[in-house]
Ligand binder design. Structure first.
Ligand code: 5GP
Length: 192
């Protein structure tokens, strides 16, 4: 799929649908095993999805988990260019739920520099949760700028800009069922 106006096109699937299913099931097993003795119907695990990219992953993960969960969302935005992270985080939508004494699991689409996550961990820690953990569907370890803990990682990928399975490029391609690399078309142009 090419976008002649922007000069970008989509590469083949880097993480296919079957692999996505395997990743979600493995993460769900690990997370359920860790939290089963800590949470209950009265005090469920609070999954905090970071909008909008984590929505698709969160909806799959929430249904695969074997422990009681409740859901909340947070929207953050980093200032700066569209395919680069500036590290300055702005809260666009905060949680509806108080997190004091709750077991909180932040659900992220992808960890890149780690700056967003570092900010979120500090922001949440100040609110007195029982624990904070992070699950990220994808990780780009080569891009890490800060040493931030990510308890559960779906898969590490190379330093490429990816879309699909919730991830966007200019709000597009979020509904692609697999993860694809987005590439700039060569200046000679391509006919497809
Ligand atoms: P960080 O603060 O770790 O540098 O940035 C994390 C955020 O940057 C992710 O939640 C995501 O919104 C965005 N991001 C980083 N890498 C990619 C990528 O390859 N594709 C897309 N669509 N977003 C990315």
């Amino acid at each position: 799929m090419d976008d002649k106006i922007s000069g970008m096109h989509l590469g083949s699937c880097l993480v296919g649908e079957d692999e996505i299913t395997e990743i979600v099931e493995r993460l769900a097993r690990e997370i359920s095993g860790h939290y089963e003795s800590l949470v209950s119907e009265e005090n469920p695990l609070l999954l905090v999805g970071i909008l909008k990219g984590a929505v698709v992953f969160l909806s799959d993960l929430a249904r695969a988990l074997d422990v009681p969960v409740s859901l909340d969302f947070m929207a953050v935005s980093s200032y700066g260019a569209s395919t680069d992270s500036s590290g300055v985080v702005r809260i666009l939508h905060d949680l509806d739920t108080p997190i004091e004494d709750r077991h909180v699991l932040i659900v992220e689409d992808i960890v890149d520099t780690g700056l967003t996550l570092q900010y979120l961990r500090e922001h949440f820690s100040a609110r007195g949760p029982a624990s904070i953990g992070v699950v990220a569907f994808l990780d780009k370890p080569d891009r890490r700028a800060v040493d931030v803990a990510v308890e559960y990682v779906g898969r590490s990928i190379p330093d490429e800009f990816v879309v699909g399975y919730g991830l966007d490029w200019n709000q597009r391609h979020r509904a692609l069922p697999c993860v694809r690399v987005i590439e700039e078309m060569s200046s000679e142009g391509e006919n497809g």
